[in-house]
Design a protein around this ligand. Structure first.
Ligand SMILES: [Zn+2]
Length: 285
């Protein structure tokens, strides 16, 4: 499943390829890919024809393309979505859902999504920030992300620290893999209480989250899923340098203890039993 680094990699790739180009025509090949566009697929194609792409922006795992109409194309990759630039004569992918052709006749933009959990929509007047995604918090790589506000908000929560990291209204773009990696670096078990973290501990955790995400972007995103490739068709390779995620039974790179896997919200959490001890259950008063 694409996480923030993968989506940022896609954003950077798209930026190079689509900014300044005028959309000639859009072909919706599967209605599910535009199900979040309430007026339907034909309307989606109509409002985009003739529009120029001004930018490619991101909030958490959502991408949006501001257009010269003031509207924006909003996209989410879901579990398996890809945005590919392909020569116009390249054969259609099996799971091609939406095709954008441009006036210049250059490479076309294709939304390919096997499992169709992702999708595209047009946000009316959404060029600056689509209303549909305004509730999502900034991510820690956003220049306007406030560390002090995050630390204060985190410590006000009465929840477990890993749940807080995955809460898109508090901090966006941190998925399961990067949460586990940041918690390993911080030496914190994911079930620690947020309200028991000191300010400096919360700040250190945030710094680790930011480092992990930044390193993953530099490496081109993590790829556990053969479906994920970046906009140029290359898989990411950050998975080679993971310390916790997916390493059950392998020695911790810091202390040598075997990494443990625990069930977490229908998924798994990976941690070191020695470096990241479970919090003691507080005795009842
Ligand atoms: Zn360890």
């Amino acid at each position: 499943m694409p996480e923030l680094p993968e989506v940022e990699t896609v954003r950077q790739g798209l930026s190079r390829w689509v900014i300044g180009r005028r959309i000639h025509a859009v072909e919706v090949r599967h209605p599910r890919a535009v199900r979040r566009h309430a007026p339907g697929g034909a309307h989606f194609a109509d409002v985009l024809a003739g529009r120029k792409v001004l930018d490619v922006r991101r909030r958490g795992k959502y991408l949006w393309l501001p257009l010269d109409s003031g509207d924006a194309v909003v996209g989410h990759l879901g579990m398996s979505g890809q945005l590919l630039l392909q020569p116009t004569d390249a054969p259609d992918e099996t799971h091609l859902r939406v095709r954008f052709r441009f006036d210049d006749g250059g490479p076309e933009l294709r939304f390919v999504d096997q499992r169709t959990f992702g999708g595209l929509s047009v946000s009316e007047g959404g060029g600056t920030l689509p209303a549909e995604i305004a509730h999502i918090a900034r991510d820690p790589l956003d220049p306007e992300f406030s560390d002090a506000e995050f630390v204060a908000a985190l410590r006000r929560r009465r929840t477990e620290v890993k749940r807080a990291l995955l809460d898109q209204s508090l901090i966006s773009g941190v998925g399961n893999i990067y949460a586990d990696e940041a918690l390993w670096r911080a030496g914190l078990h994911g079930t620690r209480s947020t309200d028991a973290l000191t300010g400096p501990a919360a700040q250190r955790l945030l710094a680790h989250v930011r480092d992990v995400l930044g390193e993953a972007i530099t490496a081109g995103g993590t790829s556990f899923d053969a479906l994920y490739v970046n906009v140029n068709g290359e898989s990411g390779y950050f998975d080679r340098s993971l310390n916790a995620y997916g390493r059950e039974g392998q020695p911790c790179r810091r202390c040598g203890a075997p990494i443990r896997r625990e069930a977490f919200m229908n998924r798994s959490s990976y941690s070191c039993p020695r470096c990241q001890p479970r919090p003691r259950i507080k005795p009842r008063p």
